[in-house]
Design a binder for this molecule. Structure first.
Ligand SMILES: Cc1ncc(C[n+]2csc(CCOP(=O)(O)OP(=O)(O)O)c2C)c(N)n1
Ligand SMILES: [Mg+2]
Length: 557
């Protein structure tokens, strides 16, 4: 009797299914078609995009939205090199995704086959794991190994290349190792050292002016509830960054944003959760030298990096915050009373900063003040709108003003600062959460990097509200050039055409509008919402004004 056989591509699909992956993002190539055939059998959706960078960013976005790893499948050579940026972005953003690249057949190894490149060497520095699949029998085994590696410490991407003959060959089913769902990797939730948690509880009991920064890992660990319980029970003002934004809703008594620098200067206890001391944190230099600093992170290598700390705890943000709140509960006394003056002080700083900016947010100026645009967007967001920022200066404005109304509803590239993530994140967010509204704010420069994938949004019926803050420039860079070389030499390499992106949207089958009057922003956004189509509202903003963050050039300090 003939035994049943299975091909490499079908084994890939089985391993993806075992991991709960229900969609792959891809751009086709002869090296990878057997994976598609496997996906058909396993019921995995195949979303084919227009550029591999988008496929990789979409896999990153899918991971962020769903809590499952994302997967992109690209062909050998240029397919894989095109995806490098997406993998790199996921690497810096600690996003678990698997990129599978094609490769020439092993039988033609080093012979100069079509699109042969040293993919594994190229990917090794920007992944947690990169390998060649050596035999068809091992395909599913190595795919599940790659997923396991994504979750070691803080999560991140893995890469596999599968030679064409390995992918296409059929092997007897009983010879293939196929790890079973739920049985090939451990829980990712790691409790912190109990002695360190006791110390944190003591610090909390004695602090008069504590504050906490809830970083991206709060969302990665799905620690929202634990974080909220922590700040409420211990009456600690909270700041949020990256994917941690939205952990507390705006208006919550413990939600703070604009007083962060003040808090970091005045606090006696600063708890940093799930975000590194990188450039976004001034490498830790902006924390008061007199404060007690506690750092909690999934990655042992992040804790204490760039700045000395008083207490480091490695593990899952949710388990650690819950344990610390529990341990502190008996010893903090009247924390609400004790810290009232501190919270009031911060609220006053917050209110002052907000009121100072308000006239700009309400500005009727034409061309439109970017503050007005981001203000209108902030007012327009609902609890079910996932907000994505993809651009330079315009997104810097939005970082100050736009506040997501729910946890997990904020997406930015992360510390790689990659322009071009927006369309891919919108694609992944809408595909994974059809029940959500997706709004992406693009700079015109950022949009033009990956904007053709608007067509993919149309083809897959993925409605979203795209807003372009159009200043016909790469303005964030232009500012630095003009400041350094003078206005007359400041216009080199940063000028874009006056493109009517609303028309572009219509050309590709979506909804589009041009907006020049600030009073038209809101109605245009509403019409985009009602259109039920992928949309682009092209808002012409003033190219002569810049966000404070751009003018301070904080990203380089
Ligand atoms: C892939 C990539 N290339 C280049 C840059 C450098 N960069 C940072 S901001 C910026 C300008 C972006 O222009 P736009 O999206 O129009 O936003 P604006 O600053 O004009 O608001 C550039 C080119 C980058 N961050 N990412
Ligand atoms: Mg621009």
């Amino acid at each position: 009797m003939m035994s049943e056989t299975i091909s490499g591509g079908h084994l890939v699909a089985k391993a993806l299914k075992a991991e709960g992956v229900d969609v792959i993002y891809t751009l086709c190539g002869g090296h990878i078609i057997d994976i598609y055939d496997g996906c058909v059998d396993e019921g995995i959706e195949v979303i084919d995009v227009r550029h591999e960078q988008v496929a990789a960013h979409a896999a990153d976005g899918y991971a962020r939205i769903t809590g499952k790893p994302g997967c992109a499948v690209v062909t050998a050579g240029p397919g894989t090199t095109d995806a490098v940026t997406g993998v790199a972005n996921a690497f810096r953003a600690e996003s678990p995704m698997l990129l599978i690249g094609g490769q020439g057949a092993l039988s033609q190894h080093k012979m100069g086959s079509l699109q042969d490149l040293p993919h594994v060497d190229m990917m090794t520095p920007i992944t947690k794991f990169a390998a060649t699949v050596p035999s068809t029998e091992r395909v599913a085994d190595i795919v599940s190994m790659a997923f396991r590696e994504c979750y070691h410490g803080a999560p991140g991407p893995s890469f596999l290349e599968i030679p064409r003959d390995v992918l296409d060959a059929k092997v007897p089913l009983e010879k293939a190792r196929i790890p079973e769902p739920g049985r090939y990797r451990a829980s990712t939730r790691q409790q912190g050292d109990p002695a360190a948690i006791e110390r944190l509880a003591d610090l909390l009991a004695h602090s008069e002016k504590p504050c906490i920064l809830l970083g991206s890992q709060v969302w990665t660990c799905r620690a929202t509830d634990a974080a909220i319980d922590f700040v409420r029970a211990l009456n600690v003002p909270a700041y949020m960054n990256g994917s941690g934004r939205g952990t507390l809703p705006p208006g919550d008594p413990h939600h703070f944003q604009l007083s962060r620098r003040y808090a970091f200067t005045e606090a006696d206890l600063i708890i940093i959760v799930g975000t590194p001391f990188d450039f976004r944190m001034g490498y830790g230099k902006r924390l008061s030298p007199g404060a007690t600093v506690v750092q909690i992170d999934l990655d042992y290598r992040t804790v204490g990096k760039n700045r000395d700390i008083d207490l480091g705890i490695v593990g899952d943000a949710g388990l650690i915050l819950a344990a610390a709140a529990q341990a502190a509960s008996g010893r903090v006394g009247d924390v609400v009373g004790k810290r009232k003056a501190w919270l009031d002080e911060l609220r006053a700083v917050e209110t002052q900063a907000y009121e100072k900016r308000l006239p700009r947010q309400h500005s009727d100026a034409q061309p439109i003040d970017p503050y007005r645009l981001v203000h209108e967007i902030n007012e327009f967001l609902t609890e079910d709108t996932i907000y994505i920022g993809d651009g330079g200066d315009i997104v810097t404005f939005s970082g100050q003003v736009v506040q997501p109304k729910s946890p997990g509803h904020w997406m930015d590239p992360g510390p790689l600062g990659t322009l071009g993530v927006g369309m891919a994140f919108a694609m992944a967010a809408k595909q994974a959460r059809r029940d959500k509204e997706v709004l992406c704010l693009f700079g015109d420069g950022a949009f033009s990097l990956t904007g053709w994938d608007f067509e993919t949004m149309v083809r897959f019926d993925l409605p979203f509200i795209g807003v372009i803050g159009n200043n016909s420039s790469m303005n964030q860079i232009r500012y630095g050039q003009a400041a350094k070389y003078g206005e007359d030499r400041g216009r080199v390499g940063n000028t874009l055409g006056d493109i009517r992106y609303g028309e572009f949207a219509k050309l590709l089958g979506g909804y589009g509008e041009e907006v020049r009057d600030p009073a038209d922003i809101r109605p245009a956004l509403e019409r985009a919402r009602e259109s039920g189509k992928p949309s682009l509202i092209n808002v012409w903003v003033d190219p002569e004004v810049y966000a404070p963050g751009t003018m301070n050039q904080t990203m380089y300090k």
